[in-house]
Design a protein around this ligand. Sequence first.
Ligand code: SF4
Ligand code: FES
Length: 208
Amino acid sequence: MKKVKKVTLTINDREVRAEGGMTILEAARDAGIHIPTLCYHEKLAPYGACRLCTVEISQNGRTQLVTACVYPAEDGLVVKTDSQRVIRIRKMLLELMLASSPAKTIQDLAQQHGVAKPRFEAEKTNCILCGLCVRYCNEIKKANAIGFVGRGTERRVVFYPEIASTVCASCRECFSLCPTGKLPSETDGVCFDDLTLEDFLGARQARV
Ligand code: SF4
Ligand code: FES
């Protein structure tokens, strides 16, 4: 049997042993240390979109901010999950998310991090572009019925009508993953047996 290499790192002044190949997030969770996440899903490849899992690491005399769900747990790494820099950046990220997606999950997270009201104005798309729906459909279901279109502020999630009309009715598994409730709310009332594509989320934008 192949022996799994172990690494030793320090998280919040605690020595933590982790299996080689784990991310900082996995090592922290194994040790019972909480790091907030939004776009992370244990069955999906690391994505690093929301950056809520940002932590501060020190290695070889250098300090930097990294996303814990992507960065590998390495020998000798010193990790702070709640330094002043980390707290500041998480607050800022939550303010930005809250401005575009005032969903309960985001509101609760914002409140937990001391953010009462966002300082920013943004279009209320209710989507934080976490990609959970898109990645789940592609990586787990292998259906590719949903994807991203556009760039920058125009970036949107869309269902591809020609695929969605054949697979989504009997699946809908991405609905429960959506942290803002955008998918279930925007497709509510759509009759899946007789899918009205014009009503389906983003169908119009997909053709533009
Ligand atoms: S629709 Fe929901 S799950 Fe999909 S990217 Fe937007 S917030 Fe994430
Ligand atoms: S949970 Fe790590 S970037 Fe979203």
